[in-house]
Design a protein around this ligand. Structure first.
Ligand code: SLL
Length: 176
């Protein structure tokens, strides 16, 4: 195999989170183990290329299942208040769902298939639980107000760029 000189190829991705206030029933289920948890959230890496094909009614951001052919693993490093904070996800959807009470920075490391011979790429995402406050409103709204406002989304668009990829990896990327 050989490097493709003067060629660069990119794949668009979206990474981020959605968060909702726990329902009374969910809080009840967590009462014994995590009584201080207020939110459920999902942090994810998704394809931005398939996002346009989606059902316009869907509230999901990005395409969940379209990255597995060139991503081997996504490692989400959570706050150390979580049990087993390093979560390795080895197939799509590349996401972690948890419950909690606080916002923190999540390290997202993307490892590529061996054939790519590419170094892992790391992103950082600030887990967002609370909506942006209206002027004059408190930084963290009371839970009943947050419920009415609905799920909070925080997503970023980025591109995985491969410079002078191996011809074999280029085939993998383009033939999919
Ligand atoms: C803060 N710097 O103080 C942040 C830390 C940590 C959030 C937030 C769950 C922990 C658990 C959780 O929400 N940790 O499961 O015990 O706001």
């Amino acid at each position: 195999r050989e490097r493709m000189k003067n060629l660069s190829i990119h794949r668009p991705i979206i990474y981020g989170n959605v968060a909702s206030v726990l329902t009374p029933k969910q809080r009840e289920q967590l009462a014994a183990t995590a009584p201080d948890h207020t939110h459920t959230w999902t942090v994810a890496v998704r394809s931005a290329a398939t996002a346009a094909d989606q059902d316009p009614e869907s509230t999901m951001v990005g395409g969940a299942d379209d990255l597995g052919y060139f991503i081997k693993r996504v490692t989400f490093k959570l706050h150390e208040t979580y049990a087993n904070p390093v979560r390795n996800i080895d197939r799509p959807p590349f996401e972690v769902t948890e419950t909690g009470w606080g916002e923190f920075e999540i390290q997202i490391k993307i490892t590529f298939v061996a054939d790519a011979a590419e170094k892992p790429i790391t992103f950082y995402h600030h887990l967002k639980l609370h909506p942006w406050p209206a002027p004059g409103e408190p930084e963290i709204p009371p839970l009943d107000v947050a419920v009415k406002l609905g799920p909070v989304h925080s997503w970023q668009y980025d591109e995985l760029v491969f410079n002078e990829p191996f011809n074999t990896f280029l085939d993998t990327l383009t033939k999919h």
